[in-house]
Ligand binder design. Sequence first.
Ligand code: E4P
Length: 221
Amino acid sequence: MKFFIDTANLADIQKAYKVGVLSGVTTNPSLVAKEGVKFEDRIEEILKAVPEVESVSAEVTPDAVTAEEMIAQANELIKINNNDKNITIKLPMTLAGLEACRYLAKKGVKTNVTLIFTVNQALLAARAGATYVSPFLGRLDDISEDGVLLVSKIAELFRVHNLDTQIIAASVRHPDHVTRVAMAGAHIATIPFSVIEQLAKHPLTEQGLEKFAADWKKAVQ
Ligand code: E4P
């Protein structure tokens, strides 16, 4: 399973990229709004900051409701940074979003269909040619449903029907989500920087480092 970072915060993206485990970035209108920056400018900055990743998701804005409006926005977005092939157009899981997805897929543009909460939505998006689908597990858990179970059902369905759409486990809240979606067959988990930090840490690792440092100091003295 690969890691994407789920943020529009440039500093967090740069920190994660530097570690060397990042395969992509996802953003959404709420994450961009939180940064208080111009959407297109931030996407351009992100594309420049992470030149070697496979995908940077830029979501069409909520003003784009019809497929034509989404395609018009997508055409502007793919012009950023000289038609960088990494840019992925994130589209909502609506009939218009699927129509835009099919159109863009035919043009060779990567797409990420977002706000997936059922297996049927994921199947529709895959059949519309989506490069990625984003099931939101945390938001399902929030309403007492099982987000990881959804990811495992989508993975099984894609395997049985030989669909090459990749599953991005989204709305990931903690390290246990990461382990469980990896085992459930997600291709990617998109996670905030705070969760990347949590994944790297363990109290016994900290204790071990402290002991090595203390023993080393004693021996050197
Ligand atoms: C995914 O692409 C979304 O940006 C994201 O994971 C949403 O997560 P949230 O439920 O924490 O807002």
